[in-house]
Design a protein around this ligand. Structure first.
Ligand SMILES: *Cc1c(COP(=O)(O)O)cnc(C)c1O
Length: 392
């Protein structure tokens, strides 16, 4: 399987076929497992084999198929699925931290990731330093000998800044720190963070992996030693396991992930090409454009500009609201990575909790909107966006 190309891995990777020979993967909707005899139960509690399960909080055949399939795509030794993206982020960080440890994180984080780094970790005696993730000098200044972890999202939400994974990894590794990357925005199709130097990669599978807005889920990838060691131990005792039904949805989502992400990215690039110059649009941010501030890093680490855009609408909040309310195809939602194009006004929703100063520091103006491009026809989307811009 290792020499299969990504698309083949996404269709066949991790399959565990039962004696019925089913074509499509089975949903093992079971909490537990029975043993043929007491001796087997005893032995399995000492050490479970590759295809032996105990309890769905520890592992389940359908969940394992999802984990093995995404691990095959990423070229990771192992993966562990979680109930949501936040369960994945929380466990990936917490399972390896204790009081007195030091963490360096980029400042531009998904709201709940910021809450963990800024509020929860310090409560348990972990010191967290924040940096502008795009500035390697700031990482160099903040990481010190003994720093345990560095954490960042690239591209960042919602301003789509790109962080140099290899550059940060070099700084972190020199100090003995592990690198944890939230890879949701670039998707596993367009960016292989492990290959670029990350030690641990985290996904909200809720986004592109499901891709059709149905289930919450998450997954963490890394070495066999990390996943089967501290990570699995933490999750199995704290209860963040993914439901087997949701795992099945994610598993089937992987089969079409490459096709969907490529179609969505192609449309995103067409929108980035078509919209500039339209009255009402002050600025368009798309990581695939040559004028993106980190265009050089982009070219090195991402295969396309991805499926997300940020638009600065003229007229501040009022202008942005008129634009959103005039859209007919693109729907207003804080979610992303869906088959349906979704748009959000971060200043009044996902980033409402921040002070105006904090928002300004992150480049989140009152006119900024974030667009997640779906699977609709590109020309229809461009017409919808242009018409709505005219109403601004
Ligand atoms: C959505 C998201 C999460 C959280 O995932 P959930 O599945 O909603 O818990 C974390 N990081 C990023 C970048 C996200 O977009």
């Amino acid at each position: 399987m290792t020499d299969w190309s990504p698309r083949t891995k996404l269709v066949h990777g991790g399959v565990r076929r039962s004696h019925y020979g089913e074509t499509s993967e089975a949903i093992y909707l079971t909490q537990g497992f029975v043993y043929p005899d007491a001796e087997t139960a005893e032995r399995r509690f000492i050490s479970s084999g590759e295809d032996e399960f105990i309890y769905a909080r520890y592992g389940n055949p359908t969940t394992r198929m999802f984990e093995d399939r995404i691990a095959a795509l990423e070229g990771a030794e192992a993966a562990f699925a979680t109930a949501s993206g936040m369960a994945a982020v929380y466990a990936a960080l917490t399972c390896q931290l204790q009081a007195g440890d030091h963490v360096v994180s980029s400042r531009a984080l998904f709201g709940s990731c910021l809450y963990i780094a800024e509020t929860i970790l310090p409560r348990f005696g972990v010191e967290v330093s924040f940096v502008d993730g795009t500035d390697l000098e700031q990482w160099r200044a903040a990481v010190r000998q003994g720093t345990k972890l560095v954490f960042f999202e690239t591209m960042s939400n919602p301003t789509l800044e790109v962080i140099d994974i290899a550059g940060v990894a070099e700084i972190a590794h020199a100090a003995g720190a592990k690198v944890v990357v939230d890879n949701v925005f670039p998707t596993p199709v367009f960016q292989r963070s492990l290959a670029l130097g990350a030690d641990i990669v985290v996904y909200s599978a809720t986004k592109h992996i499901d891709g059709q807005g149905r289930c919450l889920g998450g997954v963490v990838l890394g070495t066999e030693e990390f996943i089967r060691g501290p990570f699995e131990t933490f999750v199995k005792h704290t209860g963040g396991a993914l439901s087997p039904f949701n795992a099945w949805v994610m598993l089937k989502g992987l089969e079409t992930l490459d096709l969907r992400c490529r179609a969505q990215a192609e449309t995103a690039a067409a929108i980035a090409d078509a919209l500039p110059g339209t009255p009402g649009l002050a600025r368009l941010i798309y990581p695939g454009l040559p004028d993106h501030p980190q265009a050089e890093v982009m070219k090195r680490q991402m295969e396309t500009g991805g499926t997300m855009l940020a638009l600065e609408i003229e007229g501040g909040k009022a202008g942005a609201f008129r634009f959103l309310d005039a859209l007919e195809i693109v729907r207003i939602s804080n979610n992303l990575g869906d088959a349906k194009s979704l748009i959000t006004h971060p200043a009044t929703t996902t980033h409402q909790r921040l002070t105006p100063e904090q928002r300004a520091a992150l480049g989140i103006s009152d006119g900024l909107v974030r667009l997640s491009v779906g699977l609709e026809d590109g020309d229809d989307l461009i017409a919808d966006l242009k018409r709505a811009l005219e109403s601004v």
